[in-house]
Design a protein around this ligand. Structure first.
Ligand code: SAM
Ligand code: SF4
Length: 470
């Protein structure tokens, strides 16, 4: 299925095959049930099996899909949800993606690159709110060299505000060459994300007309190969939903995951599935807009198709949609999100100025409100960065598949990082709800030695110790 092109690029997206699967797979309840049963054993799905789930139309099959996704999410990820904040560093851009508020043809866009001082001020503010994990976001511009990105990463890690510190930094920036990825990796990043936007080549060409290198579909499609070659084993992929048929994009994401897993022994660390939101001067008439129902279905299908890949639902979605979808497979969300460059330093504005921001945010709640909501739903908010800091990345991250991994590491670390948050940053109401959930979780630990050990660590946090981890 893979095609090596004359310039050495590898095309693993077979449009014809995807269209065949979409057009010729009809809803088949017995087959769907077989696949759902296989999913319960935490095995990844093939493209054919994914296509069978994409063909689901009846409410009956849909409910069974949702129930299975919910169950699988709980059994692999427990009830924890990892929290992070995006920090936009610069919005200069040479590309002209038709849907983006940073596109080069948008002359009224207010362009800015944060200075070192502004980065420090924004990170301090994020730390004061309780954040421990950031994703740095960039337009594509010669200013944003790998060295520049690496320097920004070091600056962010260096900011210590009270008990606060940033313990993991991910990147969402233009795809780099191998040397560039190496430089950024050496600065100590977690995941490097590049979204393909659309896996469908004609659609890709239509929305990325150039100028700018983003018009080169293959350069982007092979970005993660270059990242792996550079030694980055935590990569994040994604598709921008609304450009083309959502079922094609899901097949693209699953095929991309299978390709990386087969070739490098590691699938993507995360998958993102942003839906297009209004942006400045955007007169987009989206023939493939994804409804809320389809959105929920695509998240559930991704959960089953790539059980060990984290799924990120961003604040592009409204709080209502996040509430309705989170339990079907999401493992990470951003919170307290501000897109305006330097926006964390300022008082939150009532309305967004789209000439200064990439797109309209759907969920603008502060971090504490998001944590309260998660707790009220029985989710365990987590700021854990333990795996990455203890070298459990890439292939080792697949230890996730080992029985007991969640119980040994993820849930206790979520409890410890939540306790830090409750001690240092939370409102009284959140503190009460947070400790109530921690107590419930403690009571669920059957092994008394483990329970004791965790209780001791929690006590130490109350006494002022920080950064205790498993
Ligand atoms: N400039 C880099 C690039 O294009 O890869 C960094 C990423 S861009 C700042 C982050 C992502 O935002 C894009 O990959 C795209 O999927 C998404 N995005 C752009 N415009 C959007 C819109 N109007 N609504 C929702 N997401 C959007
Ligand atoms: Fe630039 Fe990225 Fe926006 Fe495209 S999506 S215009 S590359 S910032």
């Amino acid at each position: 299925m893979e095609k090596k092109l004359t310039n050495g690029a590898i095309d693993f997206i077979d449009d014809k095959l995807f269209h065949n699967l979409i057009n010729n797979t009809k809803e088949d309840l017995p087959k769907i049930r077989e696949i759902l049963a296989k999913s319960k054993t935490k095995q990844a799905l093939t493209l054919d099996e994914t296509a069978t789930l994409l063909a689901i139309k009846s409410p009956e099959a849909r409910e069974e899909l949702f129930d299975t996704a919910k169950e699988l999410k709980r059994s692999i990820y427990g009830n924890r949800i990892v929290l992070f904040a995006p920090l936009y560093i610069g919005n200069y851009c040479i590309n002209n993606c038709k849907y983006c508020g940073f596109r080069s043809s948008l002359t009224k866009a207010v362009r800015k690159t944060l200075t070192e001082k502004e980065i420090i001020a924004n990170v301090s503010q994020l730390e004061k709110e309780g954040h421990k994990r950031l994703i740095l976001v960039y337009g594509e511009h010669p200013k944003y060299t790998p060295e520049f990105i690496a320097e920004n990463v070091k600056t962010c890690y260096g900011v210590k505000e009270g008990n606060g510190e940033i313990r993991r930094i991910n990147i969402n920036a233009a795809p780099l060459d191998v040397g560039g990825f190496k430089t950024v990796k050496e600065s100590g990043i977690g995941t490097f994300q590049v979204f393909q936007e659309s896996y469908h080549k004609e659609t890709y060409a239509q929305y990325h007309p150039g100028p700018g290198i983003k018009s080169d579909y293959m350069w982007r499609l092979n970005a993660m190969d270059r990242a792996f070659e550079a030694g980055i084993d935590d990569v994040g992929i994604g598709a921008l939903f609304g450009l083309y048929d959502w079922r094609f994009e899901v097949l693209g994401l699953v095929q991309h995951s299978i390709y990386l897993q087969d070739k490098y022994g590691v699938g993507p660390h995360t998958i993102s599935f942003p839906r297009i939101k209004p942006a400045s001067g955007m007169a987009l008439n989206l023939p493939y807009e994804v409804s809320d129902q389809e959105f929920k279905q695509l998240v559930a299908i991704l959960r089953l198709a790539v059980p060990y890949t984290g799924l990120i639902m961003t604040a592009r979605e409204s709080k209502e949609v996040r509430d309705a979808v989170i339990e079907f497979g999401v493992s990470q969300i951003d919170a307290g999100t501000r897109l305006e460059l330097g926006g964390y330093q300022e008082k939150r504005k009532e309305d967004q100025d789209l000439d200064r921001e990439q797109f309209k945010v759907g969920d603008s709640r502060e971090l504490d409100a998001v944590i309260q909501w998660l707790l009220s739903r029985g989710f365990l908010p987590s700021f854990c960065t333990s795996c990455y800091r203890l070298g459990r990345t890439g292939e080792h991250f697949m230890e996730y598949a080992i029985p007991g991994f969640i119980g040994r590491f993820c849930t206790p670390n979520a409890m410890l990082t939540l306790a830090e948050y409750l001690e240092d940053y939370s409102s009284e109401a959140t503190k009460k709800a947070g400790y109530a959930l921690i107590e419930e979780e403690l009571a669920l630990i059957k092994n008394s030695n483990k329970r004791e050990d965790l209780s001791t660590k929690l006590k130490k946090i109350k006494e002022g110790k920080r950064d205790l981890l498993y």
